[in-house]
Design a protein around this ligand. Structure first.
Ligand SMILES: [Zn+2]
Length: 253
């Protein structure tokens, strides 16, 4: 199993990252993919990926909610940094990137999100890296953009749109699910429909702990829930979703 989406650079992990990682290893998680979604977190994210080499892997982006905080020039500079990281074999994906109309209401900034999303897609294509998509209250615009660019290596993180499930299946994109699946009927219906081969697991930790800090080891509960929904054994879900992630990110672990 691989947690394909967490944020280990967040302050919530500052005091006990070692033990959180130990707990992840203990439950049988073979790798963690931490997502640096803000240029301000770059140094810390890199430090973590270097310290836990071959266990923690890194993806990077300017998250759509952070787009308003940076100038176009600063965003381009950051994307150059990501290119350099790829050269050093320290980057395995571009994202999370996309659109977020829940947090960003300003029309001009929403337009910028689209431009920045396109820049990230271009970079993923150029570097032949997986693209990790974030979308909140902006799903039809996100889908439209993905259709126009025609890139196949797409993981829609935290996917939760029933009306786009068929579309996602047909495009062969991957979707990742987290602990919200324990509570949400919509997500349950989506998981029921999606072939297991298109499902990856994540935690989005430290978030989604429902009152507590979340951490990668919680992925066990997500795998159990998928087993219940799809009437499969825990072992099968654990093994297949782990293999899906390994293949999608090209990890040699
Ligand atoms: Zn995230």
């Amino acid at each position: 199993m691989i947690d394909v989406h967490c944020h280990l650079e967040q302050k919530d992990f500052a005091k006990d990252l070692d033990s959180a990682i130990e707990r992840a290893r203990k439950v049988g998680i073979k790798a963690l993919i931490t997502c640096c979604a803000n240029p301000k977190d770059f140094e810390r994210s890199l430090e973590i990926a270097e310290k836990y080499k071959n266990y923690v892997f890194l993806t990077g982006s300017v998250h759509p909610i952070h787009v308003p905080e940076f100038t176009d020039e600063e965003i381009s500079e950051f994307l150059e940094k990501l290119k350099d990281l790829k050269k050093r074999k320290m980057l395995i994906g571009i994202g999370e990137t996309g659109l977020d109309y829940y947090w960003v209401k300003d029309e001009r900034q929403r337009e910028r999100q689209k431009q920045v999303f396109l820049l990230h897609i271009e970079l993923a294509k150029k570097l032949k890296l997986p693209l990790i998509v974030h979308s909140r209250e902006s799903n039809s615009d996100t889908a439209k953009i993905l259709e126009t660019v025609g890139y196949e290596k797409v993981l829609w993180h935290f996917f939760g749109d029933k009306s786009l499930t068929e579309w996602l299946i047909e495009n062969g994109y991957k979707a990742s699910f987290n602990t919200l699946l324990l509570k949400s009927k919509t997500h349950k219906k989506i998981v029921k429909k999606l072939p297991l081969e298109q499902i990856l697991l994540e935690t989005d930790a430290p978030w989604l702990g429902f009152g507590k800090r979340n951490e990668p080891s919680a992925i066990v509960k997500v795998a159990e829930r998928i087993g219940e929904i799809k009437k499969l054994s825990f072992e099968e879900v654990w093994q297949v979703c782990g293999e899906n992630a390994k293949k999608f990110f090209g990890l040699k672990i």
